[in-house]
Design a protein around this ligand. Structure first.
Ligand SMILES: Nc1ncnc2c1ncn2[C@@H]1O[C@H](COP(=O)(O)OP(=O)(O)OP(=O)(O)O)[C@@H](O)[C@H]1O
Ligand SMILES: [Mg+2]
Length: 309
């Protein structure tokens, strides 16, 4: 159903600016106030970057995030300045080749807040595991007898630590989040994350998707009034940061048809891999399947065509 010629795969970017590498993104310092975030086609699973990438993935993540940043800026301020949509960028100190077009984003630099802001609307993933063992998710007591994939009475905020490279993020209680970042920041992030999730859930549902859960990152930045506040940074409501289910086939109590990394995780589980680096190389059929799922989620949710050079 989805079309388009796959573009070349970018595993690592090379720009002549100071750089920091995340698992998927590379962050360049443009100047004191601005960063250039290049989203590569790398894929991480179980916190390990796999040896080969997925065509179009970086562009889907960048352009889907941009779509949500534009739509939600009235609810929660975010870091987006603009997406790099051509090789002509007179406001940048370096030249960007076509491989950067559509996958890079100029953003406001912020001071990252050191928790992952996870919001869950449905019982899945590590939440489902926790619930089966304890009847709780991140210290939040939930109704008894819930099934896998069932919606919560209302979305819950379940923060996690931001683990250093090579380690796993760990679920924490809201109280632990307060201890890590302070009451004011923790509360702002909680309220803002839930507002973003509720907005995204509703919009995505109109396009036939259920966003079961998602993860946001926030950073502290100074606003026009000169006050420091928590703004949304990194990415927003993408198939990397969220669970996207097909609404028309969704059934509570079942494993769902997913337009996110689940197909890859399912394949990885069949390989006997111990989930430590290095991970196995992904076969062509699995990569193409994932590319199509990401593209379909992007096209259906945004109604846009992917910008390629
Ligand atoms: N506006 C911003 N200001 C400062 N740092 C930012 C901004 N936006 C994103 N970042 C940081 O850039 C990095 C993005 O890298 P990437 O998305 O590959 O993340 P990661 O943290 O390694 O992995 P994952 O997203 O899988 O947890 C993160 O460390 C994030 O905190
Ligand atoms: Mg990230």
């Amino acid at each position: 159903m989805t079309t388009g010629t796959p573009s070349d795969i970018l595993m690592e970017s090379q720009l002549d600016l100071p750089r920091r590498q995340g698992k998927v993104r590379e962050i360049y310092e443009v100047d004191a106030d601005r960063l250039l975030i290049v989203t590569t086609d790398r894929v991480s699973a179980f916190d390990v970057v796999l040896p080969n990438g997925i065509a179009d993935k970086g562009r889907v993540l960048t352009q889907m995030s941009a779509f949500w940043f534009e739509r939600t800026k009235g609810i929660v301020p975010n870091h987006l300045i603009r997406v790099i949509d051509s090789t002509a960028n007179p406001d940048l100190p370096i030249a960007l080749g076509p491989e950067y077009v559509g996958r890079s984003m100029l953003v406001r630099r912020a001071q990252p807040v050191l928790i992952e802001a996870v919001v869950r609307g449905y019982l899945a993933g590590s939440g489902w595991k926790d619930y089966q063992q304890t009847g709780e998710v991140c210290g939040i007591r939930l109704p008894a007898g819930m099934q896998e994939s069932e919606p919560f009475p209302q979305p819950i905020f379940t923060p996690a630590t931001k683990a250093p490279v090579g380690e796993h993020d760990e679920n924490i209680s809201y109280q632990q989040a307060v201890e890590l970042v302070g009451e004011e920041v923790a509360n702002a992030i909680k309220v803002r994350s839930i507002a973003l999730y509720v907005y995204g859930l509703e919009k995505a549902r109109q396009q036939g998707f259920v966003i079961a859960d998602t993860k946001f990152e926030f950073g502290l930045a100074t606003n026009e009034e000169g006050e420091e506040e928590a703004i949304l940074i990194d990415e927003a409501l993408t198939p990397d940061s969220s669970r996207f289910w097909n609404a028309s086939t969704y059934r509570s109590g079942e494993h769902q048809e997913a337009f996110d990394k689940q197909a890859l995780r399912d394949w990885l589980e069949t390989t006997g891999w111990n989930k430590e680096a290095p991970g196995p190389s992904i076969p062509e059929a699995v990569r193409e399947d994932l590319r199509q799922r990401y593209l379909e989620a992007f096209e259906r949710i945004t109604g846009r065509e992917l910008i390629r050079p």
